[in-house]
Design a binder for this molecule. Sequence first.
Ligand code: FAD
Length: 467
Amino acid sequence: MSTALVWFRRDLRLADHPALHAAVASHDRIVALYVHAPGEEGEWAPGAASRWWLHHSLEALDASLRRHGGHLEVLRGDSLEALRATAAACKADALYLNRLYEPRLLKRDARVGRALEADGLAVRSFNASLWSEPGDLLNQQGEPYRVFTPFWRNLRTRIDERAPLPEPATISFDRVDGRLAGRVDIADLALLPDHDWARGFADWTPGERGARDLLDLFADDALGHYAEGRDFPARHGTSRLSPHLRWGEISPVQIHAALRGHRGLEPFLRQLGWREFAQHLLYHFPKTPRENFNPSFDAFRWAARDPHALRRWREGQTGIPIVDAGMRELWATGWMHNRVRMLVASLLTKNLRQHWVLGERWFWDTLVDADLANNALGWQWVAGSGADAAPYFRIFNPVTQSEKFDAEGAYIRRWVPELARAKGRLVHAPWEDPAFLEGSGYPPPIVDLKTSRETALDAYRNLRGAG
Ligand code: FAD
């Protein structure tokens, strides 16, 4: 009788799960386990919204395993110790896992793998979350890509290579009898917030089935118009799969296989390509969550940290309607539309000249899809300091953007009820009618958009001059 441990992490699904698939094929029994060790992720341990998601996703995974007659062993503590204790309790021969690419976790996994091999276990790891792993995709000089388009051109030729693996038809489980140090119930992990902030997250269904349902909905309703529809925040024009992808409840391989042949697929695949680009960048340039990707930005003169402005930004009280709508959507639902993410980030880093890391941190805590690679890429892209970033001098004008992408103000009215009765252009720029603004209860703008834009451009010119 041979037993394998299957260590679940950011791959909280049963279908297209290479580690599970291989373990079931090669061993008589498996033990499925999750080890909660946020300390091993350092300052990037999951934020509050991610923890909410994780709680529900672990429950969903446990329920799926129970349908196969087993369950998810949940342990808390040091990963290596937890794996060792479980391996000893069930006399496991092997550990199966899917690979992660974040700098700290790569090191941790290498250390754990070496130690378990020294204990006599076979350790087998797989790619479950990317079309192509970092290191496999380099430019003609053998270096990592720094620009998206050639990266994507190369990656696009490879994404047809693998078909998704099915969920195993049957899984035989080993029982881990007796006491196991660190073993807890999911509820004991205390992942849920202790106040009712997450009430508005109820529209999400974490877990593999929720991911599949969203994918089907997207294929039926939005994919055909994705290229045009993806920029309009009032519409359901995008997939909303980001938190499901973050926790590995669905894989890009599955998504591609399910949507193959659909109209509108290419621009959507390209966005998944950005996700992959972000993972590759983080792998090759591990400091990007904290440091400018483009070092010439190190000399940029950010404004002093402004707690008052930051608070107004976080609370959706900047007086710039499209920005406040986005920040309130984020707080209420744990998610924000991509176009609006760019606008709120632009206001913070350019008009308010607050360092991009301050925005990145807030997103980290409040997004259900908070992802180290995507978040760093997104913030640095908008700030102008990133790989293949928007040039700094392209400063979004939130009013014209709002008029273009939320022309009727439907998105703004939904999240900023103070402006529900605003007529015409006022919904985008309520300060243009001081009497209306006064009566609306909505704040005046935190900055003058025109002069703050000029100041930001001056700071940028100084940087170029200094360089
Ligand atoms: P869709 O349009 O349906 O795209 C499908 C998938 O492609 C997404 O789920 C996502 O995995 C990937 N994707 C799409 N756009 C991007 C992009 N620009 N960069 C990287 N991957 C992309 N995305 C995160 O997943 N986590 C983050 O923490 C995150 N932080 C961001 C911060 C800023 C400042 C900005 C500008 C963008 C950020 N993004 C982040 C990227 C993007 O906004 C979200 O991935 C997208 O809005 C998720 O919605 P969706 O699933 O409906 O996307």
